[in-house]
Design a protein around this ligand. Structure first.
Ligand code: C2E
Ligand code: MG
Ligand code: MG
Ligand code: MG
Length: 281
């Protein structure tokens, strides 16, 4: 119903927006149709403890199962959704689908597995976003401590005050809060530093730089030390090779995510994968 209301508000793709739609190869109408036909779903990518190899959780990543074009990654639809007021719809689809799936990997891992969900700062600026997230998690009988909300400062927040209010409420309830893409221009997070984030996620470009340049390595090591002093968990994303893994271990990073461990997988494949992995480590 909320989506219907939004669609009725939409004017056809305007010049500036049209360019971004065309560049992404999908028109706004196609994206809206995809939302209405329930073609968006959550894939899952595991996160693993560097010291032991155990899985500590997984991140839900949006995919569009297009009837003709196959699996479409977020690069093709997040920006147009943010630009056209549709990102909230994706946020709710992802929260509902990911949270509903979480019980399926239950106690498989020895560590209490956390589920990470990406939130656009645009959605976090909505009134009572926190209340609605709390409700979804409660309905699925999960504990807030099992959920980590990943925040990237890529979209201009409509209302920074609201973002902070929602985030502090969620944190007080016990949700984990993660600063995503740390090390890119998007993660200044000055405003958000007022919130007690629980996790720092190192962007994969930062990991790649640290492999190549001594200076990047020093900066990364200091960032990891800073996070530790702030009692934040550290996670490196984009871990693709054994040398990446070894360097992160050496620099004291706690967790890793990346193709070296596994690519994002469909929900069903993930449940099997995690069992095989935990049996092996
Ligand atoms: P992110 O949250 O930083 O997610 C990590 C991205 O890195 C994912 O791309 C993942 O597939 C990719 N990745 C993981 N390991 C590796 C690796 O070893 N090598 C390489 N080259 N890439 C790796 P993906 O799935 O295409 O998502 C891109 C971005 O889209 C995400 O970045 C996130 O910012 C956004 N996104 C994804 N799902 C959602 C969602 O449900 N809501 C919102 N608001 N944003 C989302
Ligand atoms: Mg993320
Ligand atoms: Mg990231
Ligand atoms: Mg990223």
């Amino acid at each position: 119903p909320q989506l219907e209301a939004l669609i009725s508000l939409h004017k056809p793709c305007q010049t500036k927006q049209k360019q971004s739609c065309v560049a992404q190869e999908f028109t706004l109408k196609e994206i809206i149709d995809g939302l209405r036909s329930n073609e968006f779903e959550a894939f899952f990518q595991p996160k693993c403890e560097l010291a032991t190899g155990h899985i500590t959780g997984a991140e839900a990543l949006a995919r569009w199962r297009h009837p003709e074009k196959g699996i479409i990654p977020p690069a093709a639809f997040i920006k147009p959704m943010e630009d056209n007021g549709l990102i909230d719809d994706l946020t709710w689809i992802m929260l509902r689908k990911a949270v509903a799936f979480r019980p399926m990997w239950g106690d498989i891992s020895r560590k209490a597995g956390t589920l990470s969900v990406n939130l656009s700062t645009q959605s976090l600026g909505e009134v009572d976003m926190a209340g609605r997230i709390i409700e979804i998690v409660h309905t699925e009988k999960l504990e807030p401590e099992q959920i980590i909300l990943e925040v990237t400062e890529s979209a201009a927040a409509t209302d920074v005050g609201k973002v902070l209010e929602n985030l502090s409420r969620l944190r007080m309830r016990g949700f984990g809060l993660s600063i995503d893409d740390y090390g890119t221009g998007y993660s200044s997070m000055q405003q958000l530093m007022r919130i007690a984030f629980t996790e720092l996620k190192i962007d994969r470009s930062f990991v790649a730089d640290a492999i190549k340049h001594e200076s990047a390595r020093v900066i990364l090591e200091s960032s990891l030390n800073m996070a530790r002093k702030l009692k934040m968990k550290t996670v490196a994303e984009g871990v693709e090779t054994q040398p990446d893994w070894d360097l992160l271990c050496e620099l004291g990073c706690e967790c890793a995510q990346g193709y070296f461990i596994a690519k994002p997988m469909e929900a069903d494949a993930f449940a099997d994968w995690i069992q095989d992995w935990e049996r092996a480590v």
